[in-house]
Design a protein around this ligand. Structure first.
Ligand code: NAP
Length: 293
């Protein structure tokens, strides 16, 4: 029987509904509206479309939403001042600087300038440190979305052999840390693979939960998957255009073949993707709740 689909679109819609209700409650009881600013530097079309999607969702959820567009030649110093302005703005609870930034700007410097309490992307080292030691933190959005997909699909995470393919700072390393925590929705036994791993298939074949974030189509094939495994495909790879000019996307997993082996699998698109923005909104709501206390 083909694997059950873990539909991120549906899970994301459910979480957004929960956020909307909590936003209304926060407004009514505390008079606080979650505020999110998205800072976009330059006119990169992909970044513009990501920022538009974030703005659209925050409007739909009833947030106070600010879109701050800056020209590509903004001096680094001015961008740092802008971040500081929002650090000190009580109406803003979450600051998102859309990456990548132009070459003349030191990305790390800008991300480190964000007040960790407003760092709703969860990239500031203070939040990364809090996440690693298991303190309350803003978790990075894609990995926390993956955890929610596992929890809400009823996957048993506790004690599960969990293999992650990819060790990036935005997906692989944080999801490993999140699932490793001594906490509900975690307690997994975690292995991370990367391009220097000697025999990747030897690891992936042991996995009850297999998370693939390699950025390579068919990095994982059916013979690399344990029968009955839960497979989370994070990859987004463009493999051409449709006749109508739309992007054709595939994940990192050989979907059709792996679907015959796994017990559950996320599709691409419509799997992990829709969760990322939703978790950004959840982090912003949390930031507003903290500020309201
Ligand atoms: P990345 O920074 O390029 O990292 C890829 C990681 O995978 C690296 O650690 C690399 O190993 C490893 N790797 C690459 N090919 C491999 C292979 N054949 N076998 C084993 N390991 C391999 O990518 P990323 O930012 O983590 O993103 C990964 C994918 O997820 C991309 O397709 C990206 O578009 C997608 N993504 C999706 C979302 C979403 O919201 N859905 C969010 C973020 C990313 P080395 O370290 O040894 O080089």
């Amino acid at each position: 029987m083909p694997a059950k689909l873990i539909k991120g679109k549906e899970v994301a819609a459910q979480i957004r509904q929960e956020i909307k209700q909590q936003v209304e409650k926060l407004k009514a009881e505390k008079g606080v509206t979650p505020g999110l600013v998205t800072i976009l530097v330059g006119e990169d079309p992909a970044s513009q479309s990501y920022v538009r999607a974030k703005q659209k969702t925050s409007h739909e959820l009833g947030f106070y939403s600010v879109q701050d567009n800056q020209s590509a030649d903004i001096p680094e110093e001015d961008l740092l001042k802008l971040v500081d302005k929002y650090n000190n703005d009580p109406q803003i609870h979450g600051i998102l600087v859309q990456l990548p930034l132009p070459r003349h700007i030191n990305e790390t410097k800008v991300l480190y300038a964000i007040d960790p309490d407003k760092d709703v992307d969860g990239f500031h080292p203070v939040n990364v440190g809090r996440m690693v030691i298991g303190e309350p933190a803003y978790l990075p959005c894609t990995p926390s979305g993956i955890q929610q997909l596992l929890i809400r699909s009823g996957t048993n995470i506790e004690g599960a052999e969990t293999v992650i393919v990819g060790r990036s700072n935005i997906v692989g390393k944080p999801i490993a840390n999140i699932l490793l925590q001594k906490a509900a929705g975690a307690n997994a036994t975690v292995t991370i693979c990367h391009t220097r791993t000697r025999d990747i298939a030897e690891h992936t074949r042991r996995a009850d939960i297999l998370i693939v974030a390699a950025g390579k189509p068919k990095a994982v094939t059916a013979d690399m998957v344990k029968p009955g495994a839960v497979v989370i495909d994070v990859g987004v790879n463009e493999i051409g255009r449709t006749a109508e000019g739309k992007r054709k996307l595939v994940g990192d997993v050989d979907f059709d073949a792996v679907q015959q082996v796994a017990s559950a699998i996320t599709p691409v698109p419509g799997g992990v993707g829709p969760m990322t923005i939703t978790m950004l909104m959840l982090n912003t709501l949390q930031a507003a709740k903290r500020a309201a206390k």
